[in-house]
Design a protein around this ligand. Structure first.
Ligand code: NAP
Length: 504
């Protein structure tokens, strides 16, 4: 039986007043709240009755947790005081969460097992024998059992889904979580597979465990309460993917169109293993109904070997940024070409211009392929022309030294390097400002920040400027259309992208 997802806000405030405020506010985004006592700096841990401050007249059920440092706790506390507090919490709070190793002592202290959450954590890995860990854990009578392990691979989430299935068959309440960035789907899909609850942070920078999303992200962006085992899956595979704007854009599009799809980030190291265990109908262990994927760095080329059919544009570019999964077959596309061309064509006539592309990586290949398909003249400028020589043959273009850019007669300069990107080299330009003298336009594929140093220098020299934001939205809209067969709600996607970038 499936129930509506319960979201538990984890409160990691350092003061009692802050925690009480957070408790009140969390009722707006969560169904339960967990107070992490081990974060509090002003709490008298020697007096269990002080717990009542968190339990009286609260707007939602409260879980009291106070972790030992070895179990992910935030400060060293006397273990006996800690366990006395947790025993008291089991009698007075809605739930008290205690590590399995301390179960016997909790019973000695008179704990009420009907309100205990007995938990097992592993911050190093997801052990192969989760079933035997589950067997040991459930031998301790409790209201709920909880297993949280670090995901080293996205596919580690599958072991948690299997445990949830087992717990449902055995009619036990279980919380199963794969922690870390690679475990995000266990947090998002766990409740639809029977997890008693899923944890969310109360705000950004307030996470109690790696990979935790905020409650707001889970409920608004991922619509966790609407997800079911029937929800169709799409997502992004790459490394890293934690800061991708794509989940915000695509989930906004699904919400706008009312489609039962969810778009999830997958931090993937081994793309072969991911496709085999999660996607391919003949080998999948996931039971997830994948309709497609966005593919990003570093997997755009490796995925070429795994597709059953390759779209001619993706074949010409030599990279796939979109997979469509249809009747068990993988179809590879490249929507970066359309994404790059459409905003450019809005502001100038492509065939009337000559282009200097800076950089010779994956995005540059899409740019060159697109421009050449429109009959434009293109030169490529690379810091190491020898390394970029493959592009010369693939697209019949000249590769020149980046230092010689000032000699180029191109009317439009395109930055296809990451130089100037937020979190990489913000404020830096790959070229000196004087190269913009006499040019018509500058296009930076980077979308964060909206105005890079490259574009600022160009604007100050009278060039028309174009950021990568429209490319990002346009290529995502093309993906949406490939996956759903419907026209994309571009305005909703653009709005979500702008909001995401403003927040980040
Ligand atoms: P990539 O495959 O890693 O290629 C990066 C290229 O930049 C390489 O040719 C690299 O040269 C060059 N480069 C790196 N640092 C440089 C420096 N300091 N000076 C000169 N050249 C340098 O990356 P990519 O996938 O092509 O992505 C490039 C940029 O495009 C990223 O910022 C990405 O966010 C952006 N992008 C935007 C969109 C969008 O939708 N707006 C889509 C795709 C990509 P070497 O080979 O010498 O290292």
């Amino acid at each position: 039986m499936q129930r509506t997802a319960r979201v538990c806000a984890v409160i990691t405030e350092e003061t009692t007043a802050g925690a009480l405020r957070a408790l009140q506010e969390s009722a707006r985004v969560a169904d339960l709240a967990e107070i992490r006592l081990d974060y509090l700096r002003d709490f008298d841990f020697g007096e269990p009755r002080n717990l009542s401050v968190f339990l009286e007249r609260q707007p939602l059920p409260v879980i009291i947790t106070c972790r030992d440092v070895d179990e992910g706790g935030h400060q060293a506390l006397d273990n006996d005081l800690r366990l006395r507090l947790l025993a008291e919490a089991s009698r007075t709070a809605d739930y008290s969460d205690v590590e399995a190793v301390h179960y016997a002592r909790l019973i000695e202290l008179g704990a009420d097992t009907s309100r205990l959450i007995v938990s097992y954590h592993n911050f190093k890995e997801t052990p192969a024998d989760l079933d035997s860990i589950y067997d040991r854990l459930v031998s301790f009578p409790a209201a709920i059992h909880k297993i949280a392990t670090l995901a080293q691979h996205a596919s580690d989430c599958l072991a948690h889904f299997k445990l949830l299935e087992r717990a449902q068959r055995e009619r036990r309440d279980l919380i199963a979580i794969a922690m870390g960035h690679r475990g995000i789907i266990s947090r998002l899909l766990g409740p639809s597979r029977g997890s008693f609850l899923t944890y969310g942070s109360f705000g950004r920078e307030k996470e109690s465990a790696a990979g935790q999303l905020t409650c707001r992200e889970m409920t608004r962006r991922y619509r966790i309460r609407d997800l079911s085992t029937k929800t169709r899956m799409v997502g992004i595979i790459g490394r890293p993917v934690a800061h991708s704007a794509s989940p915000a854009m695509h989930n906004a599009a699904f919400a706008e169109t009312g489609l039962d799809f969810v778009y999830v980030p997958f931090e993937v190291d081994d793309v072969n293993e991911f496709v085999r265990r999660m996607i391919l109908v003949s080998t999948t262990e996931s039971g997830l109904d994948f309709r497609g994927l966005s593919v990003t760095i570093p997997h755009k080329s490796a995925i070429l070997n795994l597709v059953d059919e390759l779209d001619p544009i993706a074949s010409a570019v030599g990279a796939v940024n979109t997979l469509v999964i249809d009747h068990g077959k993988l179809h590879g596309y490249n929507t970066d070409v359309r994404g790059m061309l459409a905003p450019l064509a809005e502001v100038l006539s492509i065939e009337d211009h000559s282009f200097a592309v800076i950089g010779a990586g994956g995005a540059a290949r899409a740019v060159i392929c697109g421009l050449k398909s429109r009959g434009a003249r293109v030169e490529v400028f690379a810091r190491d022309p020898a390394r970029a020589s493959g592009i010369a043959g693939d697209f019949d273009v000249k590769i020149k030294r980046l230092d010689d850019l000032h000699k180029s007669e191109a009317t439009v300069l395109i930055n296809a390097t990451p130089v100037g990107m937020h979190g990489h080299s913000e404020g830096v330009s790959p070229v000196s400002p004087d190269v913009f003298e006499g040019r018509i336009a500058a296009y930076d594929l980077i979308y964060n920040p909206a105005e890079t140093q490259f574009l600022k220098d160009a604007r100050e020299r009278g060039c028309l400027t174009l950021s990568g934001m429209e490319m990002l939205v346009t290529q995502a809209a093309a993906q949406f259309e490939l996956w759903t067969g419907r026209s994309a709600p571009v305005e909703a996607m653009r709005k979500a992208c702008l909001e995401y970038l403003a927040e980040s």
